[in-house]
Design a protein around this ligand. Sequence first.
Ligand code: SF4
Ligand code: SF4
Length: 392
Amino acid sequence: MKLFTPKMRDFDKLGRSDPYPMHKLKRVERPTTRIDDEQVQRVDERESGFNRAGRGDFGPNLKKEYFRFVNKHPLSSALLNMGFSLRKQVDGKVADKIAPLPDNPLQMTTHIKETAYFLRADMVGICELPPYAVYSWGAWHGGEKIEIDHKYAIAILIDQDSRTEEAYNGHDWISNSMSFMSYTASGFIACILADYIRQLGYPARAHHALNYGVVLPPILLWAGLGEMCRIGDIVLNPFLGTRFKAAVVTTDLPLTPDKPIDFGLQDFCNTCKKCARECPSGAISHGDKVVHNNYEKWPNDVEKCTTMRVGNQQGASCGSCIKACPWSKPYTPFHRTINWTMRHIPLMRRFGIWGDDLMGYGKPDYKRKWWLDLEDVDGELRVPPSQNKEEI
Ligand code: SF4
Ligand code: SF4
């Protein structure tokens, strides 16, 4: 079977270009932060900050807020409801016979990536599934043991929307909806992609925010979608910053993995520290990297971050570190030129960080606000008192 195989997602003959030219990035053999593959322990999802908040580890107030912090705004609540309905779609019957497919894994890899782009993914990367990326226990259904031995992971990124990012202050009433729009959209794509692969005759399981069986950072690193950043257990993409959420499909369909990327972020984060400066809870470190569970990363105070996101009384959740980051810029020729300079000329990085502040990036542009500030209080939607005088 002959398939159209684009050499790269770049300019076509109509002059359309890919907003995220991942094929132009420097590829390396290993992620730019150390991972001792043989030593990393699998993670128990029940010990995540959100789940600890839900069981009361951070006090009774946060435990109470945990059960309403997404539902308290009607848009994030609607997105959460859709996410719940996707939980039933993550796995299913595999076709009895394998379909007649190209026998070249590279061709199938291109086809699977193009299918994900057709389904409206913003970026796609593929890696071999590291065994330590599979949760030991999942948090749903009161806790369930997880065993997944698929060979490959397909990671799908969805942008949280740059126009909304420009308008919000990082922790107001749209913050949770930005997260859950990306969680739900990436989950929707992953569920369809996994079903398609099963219909082709190979096992495949989708993993999304309400049904993850895998931990995202190692998959995103090995799939070449970003580097570890100062915010903590977070992978930063060179074109979206951290303004994205991801879903994953694990499968045995033979594929060709991508390689990790190096765009100079370790050097950049060493100097920048804007996220640490702007974090309202002080959860992000101003200091050096540490080794935790045999990963090299910047430490993040999970209790402080969770308390801010779950307990925020002046909005719904928090993404101030996303808003502050110089890498989360819209796709314009100007920003793309700066992006190229930051990736290729280390000496210019200090000027880039200084210029980002000088241009006033990271401040909310309330003229562009489109959402409604609403809060569910005891089943009734009310307008919360505005905390932003400039906004009134
Ligand atoms: Fe800080 Fe908010 Fe980012 Fe958490 S989400 S690290 S509280 S800025
Ligand atoms: Fe790194 Fe600066 Fe972004 Fe923080 S704001 S993640 S230090 S580039």
